[in-house]
Design a protein around this ligand. Sequence first.
Ligand SMILES: [Zn+2]
Length: 408
Amino acid sequence: MTDNRQHVFEIIRDRGPLRLVDIAQWTGLGQTTVRDVVKSLREVEAITQAETEQRGTGRPSLLYRITATLGNVVGVQFEPGSVRAAIANLGLEIVDQRERAVSAAEDAASALDAAAEMVDAMIGAKRIQRDRILGVAMAMGAPVDAIAGTVRSTTRLSSWIGLQPAAELEKRLGLPADVGNDATMAGLAESVVGAAKGRANVFYAKLSAAIGAGIVIDGRPYQGFAGTAGEFAHLVADRTGALCFCGNRGCLWTVIGGERILRELEQTTGPSAHQLQNMQLSPLDDRLEKVIELAEGGDLACQAMIREVGASAGHALVNVCNLLNPSTIVVGGTLSKAADMLLDPLRATVMRYTRHLSRRGPALDDREVQIVQAGLDKWSEVLGASAMALRSANPVIRQRLLSLIDET
Ligand SMILES: [Zn+2]
C-alpha cells in the first residue's frame, strides 16, 4: 500500500492535475486501487480535488493535485551580479521573494551568505515552520558536476569553480539543498506554470548572450548522468565552421551567439552599425536588445540577422525534435523578445524538416510540436528551482516530502 501511495503521489506531483483514469494510466495500477489510494491521500490532505474538466459532452471529470499548503520549497538563483530567492508552497505559488545585488561572480562566499540571510529572513517574516520546508534548489549559470556536486569551469561565475554550492548552502541554512543548471530550471518552470503549462515533454531553448537549454521529460527535469545535459550552445551546426571557445569547430554558439551577431552587424556600414559600435562597453544582452529595437524600427540588416538566427536555431531544433520528440519548444532569453521576427523563420524551419514525425499517426495536428515564446519573467529560474526541490531525487528531500503523506 505504501509504495502505491508514493507512486500515485509522485505521479500527481509530476503530471498533475490528473483525472483518476490518467493516474491509472501513468501508474499502471487498476482503477479500484487508484480510487482507494486517492481516497487515503485525500484523508491526510496530501492531495486536493482541484477542479473539474469538461471533455466533450460527457460528465465533467474530477482532477486531483498536490495540496498547495502541505509544505514549502525554496528556490535560489545566483547570477554574476545578483542573488534571487523565493519561498513557494507546493502549488508553486510564491509566498515571498527577495533579490539582492551581490558580486556573486567574484565572491562566492558572500553570495552564499546573502542567499542564506535572505531565506532566513523570509522564513521569519512569513512564520514558516522549518520542518515543513522540503528543501532548497539552487540555479547556477554554470555547469555543475552531478556526481561530485562541484562547479566546473565557467567564465561567468569564476570564484565558484571547484566549490560544492549545495553543501555550502546546507551548512548555512540547515536545510537539504540541491543544485542544477539555470536553463534546466527555467525550462521546468515553463512546463509547470509558464508557456508550456501542463506539457510534460518540453525543450526550453534560451537564446541570449549565453545559449542554453532545459529538458523536461515526463514532467521531470533531465540533467544527464553527469549533470551537463542541455549544452545546446555546443551542438555542432557546421563541421567546418568557426572555432569555438570550447575547442570544437562550428558549434551553434559560433553561429547564433551574441558575440557573432554583434561582430557582423558592427561591420556593416550604416546608422545601426554606428549605434552598436557605440555600445561596445555595455553588457552583451543590452546590445542584443538594441539589435531587436533597431530591427523593430525598420533596420534591414538587424531584421535579416534576427531572421537568420531564427532559421539557424530552427535547424538545431530539428535535431532536438528528431531525438527527443518534445510536445512543446519554449524559446526564451533576450532574443526571444524579437517575437515573431525570430519565431516565424524558426517555426518554418522546424515544421519543414520534422513533417515526417507527425505523419506516423492519424491525428496530424495533435502530433506537431508547438513552438512558443517563453511566458515567465526573470523569476523563472527561481520558480523552476522551487519546482526542482519538489521533484528532487535527493534522498533527504524526498524523505521529507514522503513524511508529509505518512498515514498518522
Ligand atoms: Zn563549442
